[in-house]
Write a new protein. Structure first.
Length: 145
């Protein structure tokens, strides 16, 4: 793996963690939004990640699937959670349906906060990796002087 590949891997990871932080922020912002029907209720969203595979042999003959190494991360998409919504009996609420129920999102605030801390720390670690690779590159260039 070259020094430039380190920047690519760290950059793709920071991009993925940014998307993860944005989905957590969206989930937390909508955690207490009420709705009068199941179809209109906000559902928690979560990004789906996958490794970007790159041949470790750089296209040399004989390089098979077993010779592939991860070269970053990509976001395949953002999916809605299939966890059940939270119906609450609140007959005096202005959004209550004819049975008196108000529907709240399936957002678990504690899990979202833990996910936010994890994404934030992952982002910070990848920034440190990029900074270390930059420092290493600068020191290698200084050797030639």
């Amino acid at each position: 793996m070259s020094i430039n590949a380190i920047f690519d891997v760290a950059g793709s990871a920071m991009s993925a963690q940014s998307i993860r932080l944005n989905t957590v922020a969206s989930n937390l912002a909508n955690a207490q939004s009420a709705s009068s029907s199941i179809g209109q209720t906000y559902r928690a969203r979560h990004p789906v990640f996958a490794p970007i595979q790159e041949s470790a042999m750089n296209g040399m003959a004989g390089a098979g699937p077993e010779d592939e190494a991860s070269a970053g991360v990509q976001v395949l998409g953002v999916v809605e959670s299939d966890a059940p919504l939270q119906p609450r009996y609140e007959p005096h609420h202005p959004l209550a349906d004819e049975k008196g129920y108000v529907y709240y999102p399936n957002v678990n605030v504690v899990e979202e906060m833990a996910d936010m801390i994890s994404a934030s720390r992952s982002f910070q670690i990848n920034v440190q990796i990029a900074e270390a690779a930059k420092t290493l590159s600068q020191r290698v260039l200084a050797l030639g002087q």
